[in-house]
Ligand binder design. Structure first.
Ligand code: C2E
Ligand code: MG
Ligand code: MG
Length: 565
């Protein structure tokens, strides 16, 4: 709204009447209140003036009966014109019978001739201008310019009203987000990104026209939808995803959605907090991009909060340790200890051993993983050096890299320094990067990895097959080793299809000259099937669980003994 200390510019009024005396009277009345007045003698002149000063005009006072062009014709022309329609028109009329027709043609109001009291005219003019300006202000503030959905503030004000005054409406909160939207922009341009947002806005509007609810867009790619409970949220998400796919068949854009169902006594803003938390839980989860908030999630969130709080103490109090799991080379008989993977462990004083499957994704979410990874790499590099010194045995160790590490501009320098400071070769430190990071396929990631590989670091693609990397993508990827996801190995003994898949992966890897590590090998049976199929390397409980360094050393001693035989 306009604040009181702002100096208002004079409002511009157009008075249209074929009688000079009428124009003079109105001009005189209006100028007493500081209005600036333009005049026209007939409809045609009026339209000319309106067109040339459309953005400045606050109101038009229009006579109906005039030569050349009547007021009715003016009203009709204005009604068909997007721009002129924004200017309110007050009709001047002597005949009662014309009023209705004028109103139907879009006039805002009327005054009768001979003219009413000046006060009445001024009051009507003032009120109409105020109404019209207020409406324009509100509509600018209540909509998101790109999608025409509501703006954040208006959306929550509206949602709160619904919540307070219509408790019978049990609305759910939905939060919709585009995965890696910044990459969509970076790869295809901002205009394209805007187009995707607009399209999604359209589809949400279409969805809401079929059900009850309101929606808003903010923070670039976040859409909040407050709507009547839907029978199947997966279907709702699929519908939005389909619209995007149909528009962009050659660009992969993935949506994810979090839902917080209506809950007694919980305000919309809280519902949306929880829906957003649910939506964040499925970040990067292309297979299952929908999460409905439930009690488990609430407990998990509390735990997550606690873990994040406890982390700095953990680092100081040496609760964090690096364990090592061996990888064996199957091309030798007996299989030979060829390298190890460094895996972080957190021994919490109250919660006991916490799996990295729990806290690593958490730390990835807030960027702290960079600190932990840096600790693990340092330990691992020092460990290679120590065993080399102690046993003359070089055991290369692979470490895990997160997405956040890739974003760090000092990554290459830090890794190079680690290798050099410990007197190692680059090949002694291998780097595991998960498949899904590749799928997101930012040119940045490929760039960073290419440079590291050119230095001599060996690159392993972790969790291969867990996401959607297409096989033809593989041929251009800067990698040396595929780590086949555990899910392929788990059932190869009883499921022939799984075994065929494993063989297919091995064939493709061979064709692309990539080595393959099978992860999660637990049984003799799995081992022999993999060996017969020509798998190079195996990691899994069958050989050993991840071990603290002092226990791992026994494997090295045993290996040295075997090699001496
Ligand atoms: P990953 O890199 O794929 O690591 C392999 C995981 O499989 C390890 O789980 C390992 O203990 C487990 N595993 C190995 N052999 C078997 C088996 O035969 N059967 C079964 N069921 N599991 C097996 P862990 O240590 O719990 O780590 C889970 C994930 O956490 C890792 O998956 C990795 O993505 C992440 N992670 C672990 N340590 C680090 C780290 O230092 N930095 C980063 N960024 N991520 C880490
Ligand atoms: Mg790994
Ligand atoms: Mg893995």
């Amino acid at each position: 709204m306009i604040s009181s200390n702002e100096i208002p510019r004079p409002r511009l009024v157009l008075v249209v009447d074929d009688h000079e005396v009428n124009r003079d009277v109105l001009e005189m009345i209006l100028s007493t209140r500081g209005y600036e007045v333009l005049t026209a003698e007939n409809g045609r002149e009026a339209l000319e003036q309106m067109r040339s000063r459309a953005s400045e005009l606050s109101i038009v006072l229009l006579d109906l009966i005039m030569p050349v062009m009547t007021g009715f014709e003016v009203l009709e022309t204005v009604r068909a014109d997007e721009t002129l329609r924004q200017i309110p028109i007050l009709v001047l009329t002597a005949e009662k019978s014309a009023e209705l027709q004028a109103l139907q043609l879009g006039a805002a109001d009327f005054v009768t001739k001979p003219f009413d009291l000046p006060e009445v005219i001024l009051a009507r003019v003032g009120r109409i201008i105020e109404l019209c300006e207020g409406r324009k202000l509100i509509s600018a503030a209540e909509h998101d310019h790109l999608t025409r959905l509501y703006s954040r503030n208006f959306f929550f004000a509206y949602a709160n009203r619904l919540y307070l005054y219509h408790p019978e409406l049990r609305f759910d909160a939905l939060v919709l987000n585009i995965e890696q939207f910044h990459s969509v922009n970076a790869l295809n341009g901002r205009e394209y990104g805007d187009e995707v947002l607009r399209l999604l806005g359209d589809e949400i509007a279409a969805f809401l026209s079929e059900t009850e609810g309101i929606a808003s867009r903010f923070d670039a790619d976040r859409f909040d939808i407050y709507c009547v409970q839907q029978p199947d949220y997966r279907a709702v998400l699929d519908r939005f995803q389909r619209r995007i796919n149909a528009h962009s068949p050659n660009v992969s854009i993935h949506l994810r959605m979090g839902v917080m169902p209506w809950r007694e006594g919980v305000e919309p803003i809280m519902l949306f907090d929880m829906a957003r938390a649910a939506c964040n839980m499925v970040r990067g989860n292309y297979q299952n991009p929908l999460m409905v908030y439930d009690e488990d999630m609430r407990l998990r969130e509390l735990l997550n909060q606690r873990l994040l709080n406890d982390l700095s103490a953990a680092a100081e109090q040496k609760q964090l340790r690096v364990f090592y799991q061996p990888k064996y080379d199957m091309r030798c008989d007996p299989p030979r200890l060829s390298s190890a993977e460094a895996l972080i462990r957190w021994n919490h004083p109250e919660l006991g051993m916490i799996s990295p499957g729990v806290f690593v994704p958490l730390l990835e979410g807030n960027g702290l993983i960079v600190v932990v990874d840096s600790f693990v790499w340092k330990e691992a590099a020092a460990q290679v050096a120590e065993w080399k010194r102690k046993y003359g045995f070089i055991l290369p160790i692979s470490v895990n890299l997160s997405r956040a590490d890739i974003q760090d501009p000092t990554l290459e320098d830090r890794l190079v320094a680690l290798v050099q400071d410990n007197g190692l070769e680059f090949a002694n430190l291998k780097l595991e990067v998960t498949e899904s990071a590749y799928i997101e396929n930012s040119t940045k990631l490929l760039d960073v990895i290419r440079r590291l590989r050119a230095r001599g670091f060996e690159i392993e693609m972790d969790d291969f097959g867990s996401g959607y990397s297409s096989l033809n993508m593989l041929s251009d990827m800067p990698i040396d080793v595929l780590k086949m996801d555990m899910k392929f190995v788990r059932h190869i003994e009883e499921n022939e299809t799984d075994m065929r898949l494993v063989k297919l992966i091995l064939d493709i890897a061979q064709y692309l000259k990539l080595k393959v590590v099978a992860e999660g090998v637990e049984t003799e049976g799995q081992l022999s099937l993999l060996r017969d199929a020509g798998c190079d390397l195996v990691q899994g409980f069958y050989f050993s669980r991840p071990l603290p360094p002092e226990e791992f050393e026994l494997l090295i001693q045993r290996e040295i003994a075997i090699q001496r035989e």
